[in-house]
Design a protein around this ligand. Sequence first.
Ligand code: HEM
Length: 559
Amino acid sequence: MALVDESRKLGISVTMDETPQGVRAATTSALLLGCITLLLSLHLCRWLRQWSVPGVPGPFPWPVIGNASQLGKAPHLSLTRMAQKYGNVFQIKLGCRSVVVLNGDSIKSALIKQGKEFAGRPNFTSFQFVGNGNSLAFNTVTDWWKLHRRATQSTVRMFSTGNPQTKKTFEHHVLCEVKQLLQLFLLKTKEQGYFHPMTLLVVSTANIMSAVCFGKRYSYDDEEFRQVVGRNDQFTETVGAGSIVDVMPWLQYFPNPVKTMFDNFKSLNRDFSQFIGEKVFEHRKTIQSSVIRDITDSLILALDHLRDKTGVSEEKDIVTSTVGDIFGASQDTLSTAQQWIMLILVKYPELQTRLQQGVAKVVARSQLPSFSPQPQLPYVMAFIYEVFRFTSFIPLTIPHSTTADTTLMGYAIPKDTVIFINQWSTNHNPSIWHHPDVFDPERFLDQQGALNKDMTSSVLIFSQGKRRCVGEDLSKLQLFLFTALLSHQCHITANPAVPPKLDYNYGLTLKPHTFFIAVTPRGETSLLDREVSSPDHNEETTSDSQTKVDTETNEGRHF
Ligand code: HEM
């Protein structure tokens, strides 16, 4: 009553039936409400138990979204903060999926000591659209997958770092492209002053890999090529660890921004597969088993042979998806690495001077750098390792999953648990790195100025174990030559009106925000105009990497 009177005074309209029937009805409603609340709580408890990993610590997950909102715009940083609170192995819930996050020492224990158990991939929605569901990188481990990965790994090696001859051919591709890229940088500066180098870097790296994969390069104005390689950001946003559509797949079924992003992702994967599929089709028409022109030829022979031996379905176009894996993984990662290198060079001009002086001491002005002076240029490699460590531009690997029930650091982890590997946490661990938030290439040099192998092997950017990147050696060589050529031939500056910042967008790769630079020559640039002589004296085409291959072992020999 008092409540009713008080409410009337306050002008709030409250009606209450005070008859015995009314009181009974109110009691029944209260009971009903109590029962519903109890049932919901029981259901919620069961839901939490069902989806969580018993005994593994972690923050409280909210219904429906779990801990998704706690990841913020930089999930690797939020996860590293959580590791400080809950330990190197902890769990979060993303939508209805429980995820165990590995940081610091636990990464090596899982990926090296228990490599088999931690090598799986989760059945995420987005993964099923990469390479029409046949991707090597986004599929889980099976007996077929192991053969498939071995063939892919040896093919990549055979066309890049496998032996002195293949290395020479790969060097030729990199030299030709980077020379052209530097000329374009100089031209852009002349025409526009300051410019954003991203598109040029993407086309240049895609061209190097196109030469290696298809024996063909494209013009920088080729619209079709730019369309195919210019959508890396949309790809990496969707497959990065913590991608919303993977943990809340129901969002793809009604109009909302996540559905729009996912529709774009599906369409770019379709276009990409079609582009690669056409190249594979053309290669199949002209292939000769005695002369392997490029990676596509090599994979056609190796994978067709494996398919015949193992009886894998003819309907799966494994060659297209595998060439797509190599071409896609390389041009996105390498062009992102090159963007970071350029941004850091303008952010820390004193390091740029040190690099220029170091390269000038070893490579005369009458020559261009090549792969050979790499051992005499430890500072260049130290700089590249520090870019890897400091930016950790692949902060979390592609998500893993467990292939069997297992234990890690005393915690039981069931089969099919989603695993996030936080590479950033290792690269910024203060117990390994002195002042981890300071950019300092010197940390990789010993007292004699040589590269300190203990320190370089502590950087985690290519992952470890059974899923370790297949392009690691190729990437380090390519980035070495890019950095050495850039420092030898050019000087880069930032627009003084817009001081460079190291901000980025999160995804599988961290992409720096748009930045503007000017590139000027360091003296005479005639060497950039001169043709690079082909290792096989074949100037007309890029198919100078012709190789004789034993399709049983996939071992190549150049001639
Ligand atoms: C700086 C450049 C690169 C970096 C930092 C990098 C890093 C990575 C990382 C972190 C993974 C995921 C590993 C995991 O899930 O545990 C990966 C996978 C992969 N990378 Fe790279 N990558 C680079 C360049 C390349 C290049 C040039 C190629 C091809 C020639 C390549 C081909 C692949 C493939 C095929 C996979 C899938 C491996 C698998 O799932 O078994 N990557 N890479």
